[in-house]
Write a protein that binds this ligand. Structure first.
Ligand code: GTP
Ligand code: PEQ
Length: 236
């Protein structure tokens, strides 16, 4: 199955700017992207990163087998337009995904690049559904992973896009399956989400390694567990 991975390459993860420097944000976003690409490749599918700006696969330092099946397409359009062009029955894009002649029943998956906890097993839960439209929602109402087989379904990201996508599926007569997954439901948007990476990240995960490199640790000094820089904790 074609797996599109949208990636905002230029100013990624602005909601993390209170805890990361711009350079750290960029490196952390790329680390999450690398983890997502590896998980997709390990399911046997081939990811295409749809990036807002040029991105060299070599710079992502992917394992050789992952790099070999990963491609990058640059698309400056807003997220929804860049995805819709690539869905079955879409207008098509230069990379050929969703292009005329591509069978309408060839499913296309869209997996966000900020799913730091994604594993091949979790992804298989959504990639192996047979529904016209399958969604793994994100916390807060987003759409973290989407599989589309129905040629009339069009995405509409941002806001509570999960609810919007349920409505759109219904309006075009597509049956929809919602996939309940903690790992796919955890997109890393805000500082509090970094707790999940520190708690549930696995050895070898690049995003977890970056947090360790940047000095982040769990902060359980009171109330809900958060994250802090080791140095800041030590100095208090
Ligand atoms: N191709 C493309 N991908 C996008 C665009 N905006 C967001 N993305 C990607 O879509 C996924 C979900 O993005 P969000 O969490 O909504 O936004 P973000 O840019 O990562 O983070 P914020 O700046 O904090 O909103 C991530 O994989 C982003 O890299 C866009 O305009 N084009
Ligand atoms: C793109 C957006 O992501 P979120 O802002 O929910 O992370 C969505 O899933 O619709």
């Amino acid at each position: 199955m074609r797996v599109v991975v949208p990636f905002a390459a230029e100013t990624p993860k602005t909601r993390l700017e209170s805890v990361f420097s711009p350079d750290e944000r960029s490196r952390f976003a790329r680390a999450m992207l690398a983890d997502v690409l590896r998980a997709i490749a390990e399911t046997g599918h081939e990811p295409t990163v749809v990036s807002t700006a040029p991105l060299a696969v070599a710079d992502l330092e992917l394992p050789e087998a992952v790099a070999a099946v990963t491609s990058v397409a640059v698309d400056e359009r807003p997220l929804t337009d860049a995805v819709n062009a690539r869905l079955p029955g879409g207008d098509g894009a230069a990379d050929g995904i969703g292009a005329a002649g591509d069978s309408d029943r060839n499913p296309v998956a869209v997996v966000m690049a900020d799913l730091a906890l994604a594993t091949p097993g979790a992804l298989e839960g959504v990639l192996t559904t047979a529904a016209d439209v399958a969604i793994a929602p994100g916390r807060g109402g987003g759409t973290n992973a989407l599989v589309v087989r129905h040629p009339a379904f069009r995405a509409d990201y941002h806001g509570t896009s999960y609810l919007d996508h349920c409505e759109i599926a219904q309006s075009v007569g597509a049956d929809l399956e919602t996939v309940d997954s903690f790992r796919l439901g955890t997109d890393i948007d805000e500082p509090a989400d970094l707790v999940e990476v520190l708690v549930h990240g696995r050895a070898g995960d690049r995003a977890l390694a970056r947090l360790h490199e940047f000095g982040f640790v769990l902060d359980d000094r009171g109330g809900r567990v958060g994250v802090a820089r080791e140095g800041d904790l030590a100095s208090e």
